[in-house]
Design a binder for this molecule. Sequence first.
Ligand code: ATP
Ligand code: MG
Length: 350
Amino acid sequence: KNHIAGPSSGHHQEAYRGTGRRPGLISGIRPTGELHVGNYYGALKGLVDLQERYDARYFIADIHSLTTHPKPDDLRGHVVGTARNYLAGGLDPERCTLYVQSSLAAEICELHTYLSMVMPLGELMRVPTFKEKAKRHPDNVNYGLVGYPVLMAADILLFKAETVMVGDDQLVHLEIARTIARRFNQLYGNVFPEPRPLIDNAARIPSLSGAGKMSKSDGASAYISLQDDELAVEEKTRKALSDPSRVYREQPGHPTAEGCNVFHLHTFFTGEAEREQIADLCLSARIGCVECKRKLARSLSGVVEPFRQRRERLSEADTLELLRIGRDKARASARQVIAEVRQAMGLQML
Ligand code: ATP
Ligand code: MG
């Protein structure tokens, strides 16, 4: 099932058919360190699929995170942890390019400076996400926060990426990147393609608590982390909200996505045949919630366990080595683009 669909995906695939090349795609990952099964389904799985069809570049957006969190507890630990998680989740350094944004700071920040000259300040200050953040944290409205979309444009244009995988909250920023590319091209000649969005339409995995989607910020008991061992998965699932109208074991339940949170979770993690069987048993009260949750825990562990084991086999040293390889690969093409940009602008190097 292809849960990634965007306005431009078909177009780009078509243009490259038979050329032996793949269209360029880029996506940033926030260095939060931990991931839950919702992140896996909603984000990571899509990136893993896309690396097969695109020349995909994924970067850990550590510089971006400084715009709102200038001094996080352990940024380095989060960056390495995020890389480890994404590698364990199936990003393959042979297929894609995975790098840390700050390891390409020289190139990204140089391009950012040039791009900042073609971007009117007034337009940046009218960006809704900026206005909202400035209102929420009036004491932390830094220069970098206003420039966030320009830095994002530099990330994208540095690779002349044609496709950008974003959540719909980032569409406004991507539109700015398109505007910047257009203005730059008008001034200095045709250097950059206008990047297009590939929006992730993945389903939202519900929280164990039954309140909205699974989220890190709701506390560890409401989500299944990809680091949870089988016992933790079992215990958290046992406490998950099921059908609140089913009070006694003898009552039939409501095995639908709307009627029962546990069944809703089954729809994502349990195969169709087993799910139908569970629905059947639940409707005739031949299975209770405890047993049903045990089955869900087994399904969840089927996703989490292989991930956890791959993650454990991947040492920090190996992760750093892979990030170095990614950096070198990314830097080689970035330097070519920087040379082209300088040439177009008349910034001749000695
Ligand atoms: P926070 O509570 O800090 O916002 P989060 O759990 O919502 O954290 P994010 O870091 O905001 O996670 O999101 C990372 C990626 O995972 C995004 O692409 C987002 O769309 C996706 N995602 C987050 N939660 C879910 C979910 N429950 N189901 C599917 N996708 C999700
Ligand atoms: Mg979120």
